[in-house]
Design a protein around this ligand. Structure first.
Ligand code: ADP
Length: 265
C-alpha cells in the first residue's frame, strides 16, 4: 500500500527549542512484514508433509535388524526435531505479528504444578527438582503464552544441567510485582554470550547446545512473551556453576489468588 511510516525523534535544543528528526522507514517496515509473512507461510506449509512423514515412520518401525532399528530411531529423532522447529517458528511468527491470545487470570498453582511435571518428565529422575511458591498470588495474562515462556526456561534448565544437578523453580514477591525464577546448577553460559542468547537461532557454540536437541528459538519466544506482558528477563550465569533466569512481572500483572486454584504444587 502507499502509506508512509515515519520514525520520529524530538531532541531538546537550547531552552525553548526542539529539533524534530523524521526518517522514512516505510521500506524497512515493508521488508520486515515480508520477512514475517515468509516465515509464517513456510512454517505452515512444512507442517503437513512432516505430519505425513512422521505417521509413516511410526507405521514402518519395528525392524529386528539392529542397523535398520538404529536408522529408524535416528529418522524419528530428526523428524521430531523438525516438528519442534516448525512449531517454534510458528509460535514466534504469531508473536511477531502481535497475534496474541486472550488474557485472563493465570492460576499459578496450576502453572507451577505443570512446570514441575514437565521438568520431571524431561529429567526422568536425573535431577533434583524443587518448586517453591512464596508469592501466593496469581497473574493476569495469556495462560498459553506465559506457559510457553516458563516451560522453555524449565526445559533449558533440564537440558543444560548434568545428571545429579539441581533445578529450582521459584515464585517470589518482587517489590510491588512478582518474579518467576528458574535456577539450575548446570553448565552455565560464558558472560560474553549472555546478551546474545535471546536472539533468534543463537546458540552458545559448544557441542552441548547441538546435542541438546533444541532449536535456538526458545529464548526469543520467552523474550517476546515477556515483552508483551510488560515483563523483563534477567539472566545471571556462572560457567561450571549454573544459571538463573528470572522473569520480573509488574504489579499490574498481579491478581489476588483465586479461591478455586487450590491444587497442590
Ligand atoms: P535452544 O533450543 O538451543 O536451547 P534457546 O533459545 O532456548 O535455544 O537457548 C539459546 C542458547 O542459550 C542455548 O543453545 C544454550 O547454549 C544457552 N542456554 C539457554 N539456557 C541455558 C541454561 N539454563 N544453561 C546453560 N545454557 C543455556
Amino acid at each position: 500500500n502507499s502509506s508512509v511510516h515515519l520514525a520520529m525523534k524530538i531532541i531538546p535544543y537550547a531552552d525553548d527549542a526542539r529539533i524534530l528528526i523524521a526518517r522514512d522507514v516505510s521500506k524497512l517496515m515493508h521488508l520486515e512484514q515480508m520477512r514475517q509473512d515468509f516465515v509464517a507461510n513456510v512454517s505452515h506449509e512444512l507442517r503437513t508433509p512432516l505430519t505425513v512423514l512422521h505417521g509413516y515412520l511410526d507405521m514402518l518401525d519395528g525392524e529386528d535388524d539392529p542397523e535398520s532399528a538404529r536408522m529408524f530411531a535416528e529418522m524419528r529423532q530428526q523428524s521430531q526435531r523438525m516438528n519442534q522447529l516448525v512449531e517454534d517458528l510458528l509460535t514466534l511468527s504469531r508473536l511477531e505479528a502481535q497475534e496474541h491470545s486472550d488474557e485472563d487470570v493465570v492460576s499459578m498453582p496450576f502453572m507451577l504444578a505443570a512446570l514441575r511435571r514437565e521438568a520431571e518428565a524431561l529429567s526422568r529422575g536425573r535431577h533434583k527438582i524443587r518448586v517453591v511458591d512464596n508469592a501466593e498470588v496469581d497473574l493476569w495474562g495469556s495462560n498459553k503464552e506465559l506457559h510457553s515462556a516458563f516451560s522453555n526456561l524449565v526445559s533449558n534448565a533440564v537440558r543444560y544441567t548434568p545428571v545429579g544437578g539441581e533445578i529450582d523453580i521459584e515464585f517470589n514477591r518482587d517489590g510491588e510485582g512478582v518474579a518467576l525464577s528458574v535456577i539450575d546448577s548446570g553448565y552455565g553460559i560464558p558472560e560474553a554470550q549472555i546478551p546474545r542468547i535471546t536472539e533468534r537461532f543463537y546458540r552458545v557454540s559448544n557441542s552441548r547446545s547441538r546435542e541438546s536437541g533444541g532449536t535456538g528459538l526458545g529464548l526469543s519466544i520467552v523474550k517476546h512473551v515477556l515483552n508483551h506482558h510488560d515483563a523483563t528477563l534477567e539472566i545471571e550465569s556462572d560457567v561450571g556453576k549454573g544459571s538463573r533466569f528470572t522473569c520480573h512481572l509488574n504489579a499490574n500483572r498481579v491478581v489476588p489468588r483465586q479461591v478455586h486454584t487450590i491444587s497442590p504444587v
